[in-house]
Design a protein around this ligand. Structure first.
Ligand code: ADP
Ligand code: ASP
Ligand code: MG
Length: 816
């Protein structure tokens, strides 16, 4: 048996309720018995509080009442079959009438006691649970509604009542034993005292209701369904880089939620822990998300802290003076006073000299707490043994939490240095004796910055998930996505790298989904859900999502994306590209990009700029980094040119071989685009720049393959005609080389700081002599590899190998 609790956002709208129904349905299909607990519709409890506060001031509340009604009616109209709607309206109207009577009572008496307030608030849950029970009837006929005031018994601390577990457990067991064939929808949050007056369990208390019921019935699991992917490393509204946690211990969950992680109400952990029932936080809007498991047995975390949470506003009170030193029982007197008067103390720090105690309370409690202390310690104050009590406002608490902190030194150092570096002043510090949390009090103005800085400091090294934005989904892009899809599981399992494609764009459409795009179906998603493509808009969305370990992949061959690289690096996003344009433009630009990436600590990988997937730039870099000196690089970096000269031998004419290359699909539509050597030249330039030379394309000596008449022919057909006309020219080249026992090769060379590409005749001693097919080849002559060169050879073009090269670059991002 499982208990499923749905929060306000899961029941706040028609769409949400449809998602909720889906979750319930799939659970029922699995055949397990479930009990559903619900909160009021999202925002409704706040609205009820505000309306009641208005009512006490005599402000007209009829608009608010109509709004409350309208929200429920809208859902009923959309989700309940028309024949059944009237019955549902009738019950809801009775509730609204009772609620209105209560509000009127408040106005008449000009009084809103905690008791009345609880009675008012209970209507949020009563309406939602009743309504949901009727919405779910078509899914499961015997769906009934249970008002939890019948089964959850508490004391009479209205607003935050304490559960009487003995009574409650019996009542729950009794009720569900008698209703074991029905799907019960229970109101969260509300209960009743021994006089059957309605009480509430504290804000957020529906989670607690679910745990109380789950524990009473020994449920196998208690699921908290909300609007985010489980418990995250920090509040996702404040820290964009926060990510979901797979699991936590009860203590960790308790500490995180105590210090503000609202996703689960702290007392919820207690009944679950007592019975060791796992609590799972799940996302109604993303049911595939497995959930955050809070349980007894956890695998050890690979990070020192689990998460960071914060309390937005607190005030601190400072009690100090000589009267406190060595006085046993002073703090006992102080804190039992506060507890007696129900002032909740969030955090305490005491200086080691015992000269002062600082403690934090909710801002609304500060003045009351101060006056309590002033009364209690009147004599000490009058005698000057205590200094006047000081209150400081507009402060926040930031807490880091995790069981691993206990064994790990240096954590507070890391915390304080990250705060210090970001200019955040720490007003007070507390470390719980459990060492499961360290809390600091800081100025509220600094909270967002502090949370992000601390998150970066503790989680940056994880680099588990790469968030990838891809532009260009043509041959290479498509192949890349297929490869990622196919290797995804093994990458996650064996390499702890999870590649998530967040954004996709081609020249027409773009689509971004922060939760990741399904690679089984990306083409349809892009076509159907994509908006009109705009590169600037795509980059803006990527920047504003501000995801950790973010990578921009440019698979295009157009100049536009490279204009954004700098801006992308400045947003701490890495770039992986097979596009040569950025690196073969002006040297200044190449240098600026490299420096910007370096300055922002991100990667700029473009292995596929030269020789597709062959490890050429990597090899060059490795040689240089390891202290070798490059003496010469020789290369054939065009598959087409390689094919043409490798096969231009014997009786074959140059015309024949170019035609053949075209028929095999090796050449560009106009073969002169290959034979002109421009693309080859760009690759040589990129190599030269990576070996440290500040060269421009005009510095490269580019020897011609074609005589003028061929190069300048007005059309492709005319070009072929000119090849025939120039047959003697090519034959002579071939025969002259053959006469010396050599072959023709068009070779790029980097030597003595100069780059040239020329047609050459090479003999059998040269590594390129026996080259065949359309392979690329590159030979490094270095101080270490000088007798025999280091040679890299293989296919240097094609979508599959290029995509594989991009993929390899992608996986490397953030690895160093
Ligand atoms: P529900 O209505 O489902 O009970 P709540 O609003 O009570 O939902 O809690 C969910 C919200 O908690 C999330 O929308 C999120 O903004 C906030 N939250 C704060 N800290 C965290 C955290 N560490 N992890 C996840 N959510 C958090
Ligand atoms: N509706 C209640 C609240 O808003 C209880 C809950 O949502 O858990 O506090
Ligand atoms: Mg909640």
């Amino acid at each position: 048996m499982k208990v499923l609790k749905f929060g306000g956002t899961s029941i706040g709208s028609v769409e949400a309720l449809q998602a909720l129904t889906g979750v319930v349905k799939s659970n029922l299909e699995q055949g397990e018995r479930i009990i559903v607990v619900v909160s009021a519709m999202g925002g409704l409890t706040n609205l009820l509080i505000k309306t009641a506060e208005d009512a006490v001031k005599g402000i007209d509340f009829s608009n608010a009442m109509s709004a409350i009604e309208a929200r429920h009616f809208e859902v009923v109209k959309a989700l309940i079959p028309i024949q059944q709607q009237n019955k549902v309206f009738t019950t809801l109207k009775i509730y609204f009438q009772e609620l209105e009577d209560l509000m009127q009572g408040v106005t008449a008496l000009k009084e809103l006691s905690p008791k009345t307030k609880d009675a008012i608030l209970s209507y949020g849950e009563k309406c939602s649970a009743f309504m949901l029970s009727r919405i779910l009837r078509p899914v499961y006929e015997k769906t009934e509604f249970l008002d939890a005031t019948q089964v959850v018994k508490t004391d009479s601390s209205f607003g935050n009542a304490h559960v009487d577990f003995d009574q409650t457990n019996l009542l729950i067991q009794n009720y569900f034993n008698h209703h074991n064939d029905e799907l019960t929808i229970v109101t969260g949050f509300i209960a009743s005292d021994n006089q059957n007056r309605t009480t509430t369990l504290g804000r957020g208390g529906s989670d607690y209701t679910a745990a109380i019921i789950g524990a009473a019935l020994n449920a196998s699991q208690i699921e908290i369904w909300t609007d985010v992917n489980g418990m995250m490393t920090a509040d996702p509204r404040r820290v964009n880089k926060a990510f979901s946690l797979d699991e936590l211990s009860y203590t960790e969950a308790m500490e995180l939620s105590f210090f503000g992680a609202k996703v689960i109400y702290p007392p919820t952990m207690v009944p679950a822990l007592m019975k060791r029932i796992p609590l799972v936080i799940k996302n109604t809007f993303n049911p595939e998300f497995e959930g955050t498991f809070i349980r007894h047995e956890n695998k050890s975390s690979d990070t020192v802290i689990r998460g960071i949470s914060s309390v937005d506003y607190v005030s601190i009170l400072n009690v100090q003076g000589s009267g406190m030193v060595g006085k046993a029982g002073f703090s006992g007197r102080l804190f039992s006073l506060l507890s007696r008067e129900q002032v909740n103390v969030i955090l305490i720090t005491q200086s080691s000299s015992e000269h002062s105690i600082t403690f934090a309370v909710a801002p609304e409690d500060a003045i009351f707490a101060k006056s309590l202390i002033e009364q209690e310690f009147e004599l000490e104050l009058a005698a000057g043994k205590l200094e006047p009590i000081r209150i400081e406002n507009d402060l926040s608490i930031l807490a880091i939490v995790g069981e691993n902190m206990k064994q790990t030194p240096g954590i507070s150092g890391k915390l304080f240095s990250s705060l210090g570096r970001n200019g955040v002043n720490v007003v007070a510090i507390a470390q719980g004796s459990s060492e499961y949390n360290i809390s600091v009090i800081i100025n509220h103005d600094h909270l967002s910055k502090a949370l992000n800085a601390v998150h970066d400091a503790f989680f940056a090294e994880l680099q588990k998930t790469l968030h990838v934005f891809v532009v260009g989904v043509g041959n290479i892009g498509k192949e890349l996505l297929t490869q990622i899809k196919n290797h995804h599981a093994s990458l996650v399992q064996d390499n702890l790298i999870n590649i998530k494609i967040i954004g996709l764009s081609n020249s027409r459409k773009m689509f971004v989904n922060p939760d990741g795009i399904d690679l089984e179906n990306w083409e349809n998603i892009l076509n159907e859900k994509g908006e009109q493509a705009s590169l600037g808009g795509f980059v803006d969305q990527m920047k504003s999502l501000d995801l950790p370990n973010c990578v921009f992949v440019d698979n295009t061959a157009t100049p536009a994306p490279s204009q954004y690289y700098k801006e992308i690096f400045e947003s701490n996003i890495s770039v992986v590209t097979c596009n040569k344009i950025a690196n073969s433009g002006e040297y200044k630009q190449f240098e600026l990009l490299k420096k910007t990436a370096q300055k922002h600590g991100v990667d700029f990988f473009y292995e596929t700029n030269v020789g597709a997937g062959l490890p050429i730039i990597k090899t060059l870099n490795d040689l240089i980094i390891s202290g070798d000196k490059i003496l010469k690089i020789e290369a054939i970096l065009s598959g087409t040119i390689s094919f043409i000269f490798n096969n231009f031998k014997g009786d074959v004419t140059f015309y024949d071989i170019v035609k053949q290359a075209q028929e095999k699909g090796y050449t560009e539509p106009d073969p002169r685009d290959d034979l002109g050597g421009i693309d080859f030249m760009r690759k040589m330039l990129i190599l030269a720049r990576n070996s440290g030379l500040a060269l421009e394309s005009s510095d490269v000596e580019l020897g011609a393959i074609l005589p003028e008449n061929c190069a300048k022919a007005p059309s492709v057909d005319a070009f072929y005609e000119e090849l025939k006309v120039s047959n003697d020219y090519f034959e002579k080249l071939k025969n002259d080389a053959a006469a010396e026992g050599k072959v023709l090769r068009y070779i790029g060379k980097l030597e003595d700081g100069k780059v040239s590409i020329n047609l050459q005749a090479v003999g059998p001693e040269h590594p390129f002599y026996s080259l065949s097919g359309s392979d690329n080849i590159i030979a490094f002559t270095t101080e270490r590899y000088c007798e025999t060169q280091m040679v890299v050879k293989g296919p240097g073009a094609g979508a599959a190998v290029t995509a594989a090269g991009v993929f390899a670059d992608l996986v490397k991002v953030g690895a160093e």
